[in-house]
Design a binder for this molecule. Structure first.
Ligand SMILES: Nc1ncnc2c1ncn2[C@@H]1O[C@H](COP(=O)(O)OP(=O)(O)O)[C@@H](O)[C@H]1O
Ligand SMILES: [Mg+2]
Length: 242
């Protein structure tokens, strides 16, 4: 799977452009971070990729297929947001199964198939014993792992993560960061992580795209960016965050 984003632009209610002809390719299996200050357009870009927002212009190509106008629910992308957004009235197993129940037609596994898939996912996040618990009975880190399992349940073609660790305290954040990275590797799915936290982006990502005011200022591996900041903005931003 590779995702090509081509000259994507977006403004809200006829206002100034929040995304300005953003182009970017996400490679197969890659972990890409979108890093930038608050308001730089990271979430708008991620939501446009997810299909939750419609761009004003530009295209999204998934393995060459134009998906710009395919509804979010049909893109088979897994999503995890800052608020865990687990269903409070469903237990852990039901939350993870949810993504499978909403699949349509042939894509939807049988009841036994769903149960096996949920068991495998709970095993993957090391929460096999906690399938009967309700979200309120879990720590923030556990809830976020369940959100991750739910996103992975549909065998997504791409994983989209918007500040998934920000609501957690520093220690939990760090351990969850590496477990998310491990899960992503194990599953082999490409991921895009939105974060304003440089340490986080550099720790987790193969490549980091630095956003500023609706454009990608620079994209590269953490080492490339550190050694060769390509603009005054990038240099200042990285120095401030170090
Ligand atoms: N639904 C919306 N309506 C109007 N303006 C919005 C909306 N969503 C985001 N914006 C504006 O777009 C800009 C980028 O926001 P966002 O993509 O959320 O940035 P980031 O995720 O980098 O903090 C901000 O100026 C924000 O106020
Ligand atoms: Mg945001």
């Amino acid at each position: 799977m590779s995702l090509r984003i081509e000259t994507l632009s977006k403004s809200f209610d006829g206002g100034a452009s929040v995304l300005r002809e953003v182009s970017l390719t996400v490679h197969d299996g890659e972990f890409l971070a979108l890093l930038g200050p608050s308001g730089s357009g990271k979430t708008t870009l991620l939501n446009s990729i997810a299909g939750l927002l419609t761009p004003d212009s530009g295209r999204l190509l998934l393995d060459g297929e134009d998906i710009t106008h395919i509804p979010a629910g049909q893109r088979r992308f897994g999503m995890v947001f800052q608020s865990y957004a687990l269903f409070r009235h469903m237990n852990v197993a039901q939350n993870v199964e949810f993504g499978l129940r909403v699949l349509k037609g042939n894509a939807r596994p049988s009841k036994a198939g769903r149960r096996a898939r949920v068991a495998a996912l709970l095993d993957l996040i090391e929460m096999s014993d906690l399938g009967d618990r309700y979200p309120a009975q879990l720590s923030g880190g556990q809830q976020q792992r369940v959100a991750m399992a739910r996103a992975l349940a549909i065998d997504p073609r791409l994983l989209l993560l918007d500040e998934p660790f920000s609501a957690l305290d520093a220690q939990v954040r760090q351990s969850l960061r590496s477990s998310v990275r491990d899960l992503q590797r194990k599953v082999g799915v490409a991921a895009i992580l939105v974060t304003h936290d440089q340490t986080e982006a550099f720790a987790i990502a193969d490549r980091v795209a630095i956003m500023n005011d609706g454009v990608i200022e620079q994209i590269g591996s953490p080492d490339e960016l550190r050694q060769n900041p390509g603009s005054p903005f990038v240099r200042r931003f990285l120095e401030a965050g170090a």
